[in-house]
Design a protein around this ligand. Structure first.
Ligand code: SF4
Length: 220
């Protein structure tokens, strides 16, 4: 298996070379340092495209500025604001519910502890880990579709579900890389190792990558 330290260094180089500095950032990344906004953005991003999340987050926070305001907001108005994100009825209910719990049990603050985050409604491991990394700068590995796809393609993990990917990555990735890991892979996944038509022609990992070797072997 490829040395993961080298892998990360190579991905860093490719991101620097092929991803423009002003390239599109996910809402979670843009709200860095604001745990509540990261939490709400990540819930809104579930099962939708990044650009839809962006519209919904911007509309929601243009009207409601903080956890208290959302906890007291009219659910119908939240629904209307977050419509672009899809599944807006259920998401509005969850957002309001999470905000209410934060007000009642955590004095309006987002907990910075994985177990407490996971106990909140609609918060799974990816969301909780995004809050830790982007909200609190705490070491964790949020596994989204990019991280899951790329690590399996390269072959540093062989997993079916993101939760398995996370637990495998935690064993093999040095903790000093955890904070940057998600953003690095998202950027790499948006421009080079794309979901469809990955840019293997420009990728410096191709001689190590299991997916590429399989394509070459199959002659396609
Ligand atoms: S060789 Fe292709 S599939 Fe493999 S990591 Fe690079 S871009 Fe992705």
């Amino acid at each position: 298996m490829m040395n993961v330290n080298i892998l990360i260094r190579e991905i860093r180089k490719m991101v620097k070379a092929y991803v423009p500095k002003n390239a599109y950032l996910k809402e979670t990344h843009e709200n860095r340092g604001n745990p509540f906004n990261v939490l709400i953005s990540t819930i809104l991003s579930q099962r939708t495209r990044d650009e839809n999340t962006r519209k919904a987050v911007q509309k929601l926070f243009s009207v409601y500025k903080n956890v208290k305001e959302i906890s007291e907001a009219d659910e119908d108005i939240i629904q209307e604001l977050i419509k672009p994100a899809g599944f807006y009825r259920i998401k509005a209910r969850k957002i309001k519910e999470v905000s209410r719990i934060l007000m009642e049990q955590y004095k309006g603050e987002v907990p910075s502890n994985l177990e407490q985050l996971l106990s909140l409604p609609s918060v799974g491991r990816k969301t909780a880990n995004c809050v830790l990394v982007y909200g609190f700068s705490k070491a964790a590995i949020p596994v989204d579709t990019h991280v899951h796809r790329i690590t399996n393609r390269i072959g540093i993990v062989h997993t079916k579900r993101p939760e398995q990917t996370e637990s495998e990555l935690m064993k093999i990735i040095d903790k000093r890389y955890w904070l940057e890991f998600n953003e690095l892979f998202v950027r790499f996944g948006q421009r080079v190792c794309r979901p469809i038509k990955p840019r293997c022609d420009i990728c410096s990992l191709k001689h190590e990558c299991e997916w590429y070797k399989l394509i070459i072997k199959n002659g396609s």
